[in-house]
Design a protein around this ligand. Structure first.
Ligand SMILES: Cc1ncc(COP(=O)(O)O)c(C=O)c1O
Length: 404
């Protein structure tokens, strides 16, 4: 069913003031999310944080259940975390401390890998004698499944893949990765940080063993929230770092026991208000329907790509399937200057620097790109304003444009 744009915008009051096309950075919170967060902060101010948390226990459970519905997972296999990176590293180092990398082996990673994930791989490579192998990309930039096939088997200990990179709008064929690792002895970690909330992410359909994401992007939750899904066969083998009384039982002077399933990845101290807000954001997205959101975002993003090309921008997304991340550069204006000029006109975009996704961006010789990322609540008028502003920048580049 088509979305009601007027309703979406009314529920996103900031739409009146700015054209927010930075939803891949951090989106605008819908009103029900803001209200839920504020209500809990108020409760904390009236009762004290611990007492308020007791009253809110069901709402945290609701957040896990909503994420379970979003991901097609049992809520017992979903942990609430503070970010995508916190989620990913809990699972990754959980495998390491569980002994999974003892004896070395190969870790396969795609070229779209985000910096915080790859940095952990590098840390591990220095410690356990594991080696990193980067899977090639096809000519259109997608993960190359033939190259993956050539590398799988033998001493591979981990496969990691990015559903949507931070720095370009192509959607990787992650279900085809899952087909290859499913039933296998190797865990498949999916980075769903940029896809959750704008595309369907069903862990059963994709066949991943771990999936991670953040609250603030296309899910439109508060900052400081994230989530982690781990298939139970794998959570039982993970001994995550950062244990406390909410993830493990301290049995006696020499023994502890990890809680079962995803509970072992959670931490006691967190913003309860933000976690409640994340749950409400996920429920909000589910109520609109992820398919309807995806359809509207795709419409806006493809229109934006066409418009940007028509005024002389180079669009860098590639891929067979694309999503709501639209990346581009201009011939004579640096990405940072494009962002600043647009911001001065009340249009929010961001830039992606090579250091955020170094493997892919360096290979393509891109030090930085401008990233525009519409969400369902954005209007065609906003994307038109962006294109028009870019046209002016192409036709009249500022003297200090700073190259590309
Ligand atoms: C593709 C991708 N993966 C992982 C992350 C890390 O997310 P977080 O900052 O919540 O740790 C990001 C953040 O931009 C991202 O774009």
């Amino acid at each position: 069913m088509a979305l009601d744009l007027a309703r979406l915008r009314a529920e996103t009051p900031a739409c009146e003031a700015v054209a927010h096309l930075n939803n891949a950075g951090a989106s605008l919170l819908p009103r029900p999310v803001v209200e839920a967060v504020i209500a809990h902060v108020r409760l904390e101010s009236e009762l004290g944080g611990y007492e308020a948390a007791v009253l809110a226990a069901d709402r945290l459970q609701d957040a896990r259940s909503a994420l379970g519905r979003l991901l097609g997972a049992d809520p017992l296999d979903v942990a609430l975390t503070q970010s995508d990176t916190a989620a990913w590293t809990k699972a990754f180092w959980g495998l390491a401390l569980g002994g999974w990398f003892d004896g070395g082996g190969r870790l396969l990673v795609d070229r779209a890998a985000y910096n915080s994930h790859y940095l952990s791989l590098l840390q591990a490579a220095g410690r356990f004698g594991v080696t990193i192998e980067v899977v090639a990309s096809t000519a259109d930039g997608s993960l190359d499944l033939d190259d993956l096939d050539r590398r799988l088997g033998g001493d591979v200990r981990l496969v990691t893949a990015t559903h949507v990179g931070t720095h370009r709008g192509l959607v990787n064929p992650v279900a085809a990765v899952g087909e290859r690792t499913r039933h296998g002895a190797v865990p498949f970690f999916l980075d769903a940080c940029q896809s959750a909330g704008q595309l369907p992410v069903d862990v059963g359909v994709i066949g991943c063993d771990v999936a991670t994401g953040t609250g603030r992007k296309f899910l439109r939750g508060p900052r400081g929230t994230g989530w982690l899904y781990v298939r139970p066969e794998w959570s039982e083998r993970m001994s995550p770092p950062g244990l406390d009384g909410s993830s493990a039982s301290w049995l006696d002077e020499s023994r502890f026991e990890l809680l079962p399933r995803a509970a072992r990845f959670e931490e006691f101290e967190a913003s309860v208000a933000a976690r409640i807000g994340l749950g409400v954001a996920v429920e909000y997205a589910l109520e609109l329907g992820i398919a309807a959101i995806a359809e509207r975002i795709a419409l806006l993003a493809e229109g934006l790509r066409d418009g940007l090309r028509s005024v002389g921008a180079s669009v860098h997304d590639g891929g067979g399937q694309r999503c709501g991340i639209v990346t581009f550069t201009l011939p004579a204006v640096a990405p940072e200057a494009v962002k600043a000029s647009l911001a001065a006109a009340g249009i929010h975009v961001w830039t992606s620097e090579a250091l955020s996704a170094r493997l892919d961006m360096e290979q393509r010789g891109l030090p930085a790109v401008v990233r525009a990322s519409p969400h369902a609540f954005n209007s065609e008028d906003e994307t038109r304003r962006l294109v028009e502003h870019v046209r002016l920048l192409v036709e009249h580049p500022p003297p200090s444009g700073g190259g590309r």
